[in-house]
Write a protein that binds this ligand. Structure first.
Ligand code: 1HN
Length: 351
């Protein structure tokens, strides 16, 4: 044993620790003590795989309907919090997910923010969401966009409670610390564009003459991608055998001007799975939020099996190997942060 090691004053660990303590006062710290944790060999998500059952969600949000008005709440939303990211208002590290309820006769006032949102309609009809002057009537399975800084308000002139899933890139925006928000004096914006206007105008194989890509580089001009139009396309793919071994008969919601994702921070897909589908293991670096629209099944993630049915919401964290199993014909909607990762050149999938 060397003299230095035998003498506590000269013990290398003690000497180093004294040094770390000294530089800590100057807000410095040795990288070599943390390198393995901050630069991992492969992604180690802090998020967990998890299913939220629709029965539980619906019961609780209807109870919230008795407890608070949209005026008081601004938005009556229950946050679906990842169990290993509690207190952080997020379902994955980069995405917020919540379920919103709007009761007959209620309105949720107009506002705008930097966070982009999507709505995926779960239950009820007769409500609308107004985005940039277009009043989109909501029907189950519709996928509605609220891009960055787009004014939006919701209302329910119908007879039934209406529930939808909200997914926002808010944790990503807050990661960059770039959040802004504004409220309007009027409760609801003027809607001079009718339901379906943006889909008809931009999603029919033609574009307004002179339309440049620059206007819609970061977001699709289409506000409502209806289930009535999208589902038959998945069905068509399934019938012709265009069924991916992991993802089924899947379409990607796209920006008709660029062909890219609908927004720069979030992308979405709709997939139909034939009865008896047994998916091949898959992994990618984007964290996924799924909604079961039709049918039922299960998803194997590591040593867990998530069982899901209609309107259940489930999360698969980044780089977890997962495989879907569908004992009956099934439709799954999914959303992830893949466009943001692709834009940064960091998205990967396992092959
Ligand atoms: C928001 O503005 C809405 O406009 C829904 O309906 C959910 C979650 C976090 C932050 C803002 C909405 C939201 C939200």
């Amino acid at each position: 044993m060397s003299v230095a090691a035998a003498d506590p004053k000269h013990n290398v660990q003690t000497v180093r620790q004294n040094f770390y303590d000294k530089i800590s006062k100057q807000d410095m710290t040795p990288l070599w003590e943390v390198l393995r944790n901050v630069v991992t060999k492969e992604p180690k998500s802090k998020a967990s795989a998890k299913v939220w059952k629709y029965d539980d969600i619906k019961k609780s949000i209807l109870e919230a309907g008795e407890l608070i008005t949209p005026e008081e709440a601004e938005r009556r939303v229950l946050v679906l919090e990842n169990p290993t990211l509690r207190g952080q208002s997020r379902a994955t590290n980069s995405l917020f997910a919540g379920v919103q309820l709007i009761m007959p006769g209620e309105v949720a006032d107009a506002h705008k923010h930097v966070s982009s949102a999507i709505r995926f309609v779960l239950d009820g009809e007769g409500a609308y969401t107004a985005v940039e002057g277009e009043k989109a009537n909501m029907a189950r399975g519709d996928f509605i966009l609220t891009p960055n800084w787009a004014p939006h308000d919701h209302g329910n002139p119908g007879k039934n409670p209406v529930l939808w899933l909200d997914v926002l890139d808010m944790p990503t925006i807050n990661h960059f610390e770039t959040s802004f928000m504004e409220h309007y004096d009027e409760k609801a914006q003027n809607t001079n564009r009718e339901d379906g206007d943006s889909l008809e105008r931009y999603g029919s194989g033609v574009l307004p003459d002179g339309q440049t890509i620059d206007t819609f580089k970061h977001r699709s001009p289409v506000i409502n991608y209806t289930y009535a139009r999208t589902r038959p396309i998945c069905e068509r793919l399934m019938k012709t055998g265009d069924v991916d071994p992991s993802h089924g008969a899947r379409v990607r919601y796209s920006n008709p001007v660029t062909g890219g994702h609908v927004m720069s921070t979030m992308g979405a897909w709709l997939a139909m799975f034939p009865k008896g589908f047994k998916g091949k293991d898959y992994q990618s670096t984007d964290g996924m939020i799924f909604v079961c629209v039709e049918g039922r099944g299960s998803t194997k993630v590591d040593d867990k099996v998530l069982e899901w049915g209609p309107n259940d919401v489930f999360v698969i964290p980044p780089w977890k190997k997962y495989a879907h199993n569908c004992p009956e014909q099934t439709v799954l909607f999914s959303i992830s942060d893949r466009p943001a990762q692709e834009a940064l050149g960091i998205w990967r999938e396992g092959k």
